[in-house]
Design a protein around this ligand. Sequence first.
Ligand SMILES: CC(C)(COP(=O)(O)OP(=O)(O)OC[C@H]1O[C@@H](n2cnc3c(N)ncnc32)[C@H](O)[C@@H]1OP(=O)(O)O)[C@@H](O)C(=O)NCCC(=O)NCCS
Length: 218
Amino acid sequence: MGRRMLFGRLLDASMTTEEMDPRSIEGGLLEPEEQAVAGAVARRIDQFTAGRVCARRALARLGVDPQIPILAGEDRVPIWPDGFVGSITHTDSWCAAAVARASEVRGIGIDLEPATPLKESLVTRICTSTERQWLSDASEPGLLAKVIFSAKEAVYKCQYPLTREFLGFHAVTLHLGDGLFTAVFQQDVADFRRGDRIFGRYIIEDGVVATACALGGA
Ligand SMILES: CC(C)(COP(=O)(O)OP(=O)(O)OC[C@H]1O[C@@H](n2cnc3c(N)ncnc32)[C@H](O)[C@@H]1OP(=O)(O)O)[C@@H](O)C(=O)NCCC(=O)NCCS
């Protein structure tokens, strides 16, 4: 199988995770899901399929019928079965889904990115001045900027189903520790207030950055 599971180590036991290589998918799409990627390029179909297979497998471990399709809203956000929350991410080499009961977890966000430095030309767009200041003293600023980017994507996916709001990359400031991150809202967003925090974890392993965060139960 090669790569060790990443997200099971990043998320606590209230969340169920499944991961696979999208180049060797063990399963296929359900018919209603096929329409979502009809006409897409092969790479997109492979990644979408791997995401759906992971998501349905993870839900099955929580007792959900694996024949229930995971469709997508117009905004591309997955529509989870009633009573469940989740998140999906993919790259060319790895794909994952994480799900949980909505009674235990309010939101999940996961993200994968290639473990390469963030392009210099993107750093100002992605990173706040506080983050750039911190990066200027770091030993691998480009790679850590990529971790910040990935963590922001995970935070975005975690909050979106609750707020339905688009967030710019400067809407939160990231503080990275050793394998841990805290995202601090810089502005009010729906029920979130400036200063509210979302906690997460990250790993850099086997050529990918993996980030994950969750909002605890009500
Ligand atoms: C939507 C977005 C987060 C996807 O991230 P990505 O790194 O490009 O791609 P990933 O493979 O990791 O994730 C894609 C999956 O995210 C999920 N997704 C898409 N839109 C979503 C949303 N609004 N909310 C939650 N999940 C979403 C989908 O499951 C999608 O896969 P699928 O289409 O196969 O189902 C990103 O493209 C985006 O639009 N970001 C908005 C700006 C932002 O991140 N701001 C940060 C503020 S802190």
